[in-house]
Design a protein around this ligand. Sequence first.
Ligand code: SF4
Length: 498
Amino acid sequence: METTLTDTQSWIQERIKQDEIVKYLRGGKDFIDEAVLQNTLRKTKNPDKIKVDAILEKALSLSTLEAEDTATLLNVTDGELWNKIFTVAAQIKRKVYDRRIVTFAPLYTGNMCVNDCLYCGFRCGNTVTERRVLTIDEIKKETEILVGTIGHKRLIVVYGEHPQTDIEYMINSIRAIYSVTVQKGGHDLYIRRVNVNASPLPIEHLKEIKSLGIGVYQVFQETYHKKTYTHIHPKETIKGSYLWRLYCMHRAIESGLEDVGIGALFGLYDWKFEVMGLLYHARELERVFGFGPHTISIPRLEPAVNTPFLQDRKYHVHDEDFKKLVAVLRISIPYAGLILTARESALLRREVVGIGCTQMDASTRIGIGAYSETACEQISERQQFMLGDTRSLDEIVGELADRGSITSFCTAGYRCGRTGKHIMDSLKTGTEAMYCKMNAILTFREWLNDFASPATKQKGELLLHKEIHDLKLKYPNEYDECMGYYQQIMQGKRDIYF
Ligand code: SF4
């Protein structure tokens, strides 16, 4: 569908529904009170060791931390204390998620965008970007490769904010992805879970997306700092509305999309402030709906073509600080998945996964239509930013296995109705951990049989042996049933789960 400038202008003007912001305000105010937030960071400076130890002890029992506790951790300056914080973060990750890492792939559907965010290669004012929106046939082709050649089971499908990729296109493309089946080794393979990264949608569109059976709906606030937000998102654009974006998760949950993903783009403003912003966002969702975000994303600003804004590195988050923010988020919001993307280098990802991240993309390509292309180099004119880790899924699965982590391709949660409050409660009682462990074993078994290279398979078999032994010790009552499913997979059955 070609759109004229007048069509686009009226589409922009009709997009924001003020009543879908105002209804969530409390006393006319939003939940990011910058004065309170800054003051909390200020008054917790130079914390003593005893106080930090007490917070870490509380965190280890998976009790909810106060905003002041999180600010205290952020203000630690002592290197030894930070090492302790990293250790506790890793312990909490182990308690809640064991040694599982969930993998997925991003699928960029196009790069048309009506917004003009200063830091983004896709901004409408960037004349060197080659614009393109995938056709439905192209989306199916990309999906076939992701499913049949690489072996992904879950995607995050990424949409720009533009009339050409609005709700009708979203519905058609999600249906197209779910319709693709690839035959391999006598098995039917397909995407089992589509997560969506899109602009903040109005309630009527969110209900339509919900009806398609998606997993997580993800929108990042980019920065919670209002002055910075206003500076980098021109006010005449849709994205210029801080509040329309801030309350999109309220609208999503109200529309029935209970698994929501929040995030901040680190490097736009002070990283400690952004961590506090994410914390306040999570606590607000818990207060209003009784459960927090399903995932938190922590992308850092990366180079993008023809984007001079990125030369200003005033708030650049150095690797050491990046590890700190991961640890503090893991400790402060233990029941949210923490997503570490291929923006980061392989080296840093290796370290950070151990500290607290639970999800990673792999075999990632973010050029529009790039999975179908044979050349594997990145092309800056076609990408929103440049990637730091372009390793294959096979390499990443093999490396994780070597380091004792099992890659989970599980998509059972939302298909069994374990979403929102249900999954949060289930995580807190440990029931979800049991399902997750069994489903990780089963989906890892499938993937090893269908896609692993000989070297990765060898590493994977050793790890599976240990995981199955651990399952027997931890869940003796469920062991036989799980092994029954396991045998069915060995005999050729696919997509069976708890
Ligand atoms: S960050 Fe998103 S909304 Fe902003 S210009 Fe880029 S694609 Fe558009």
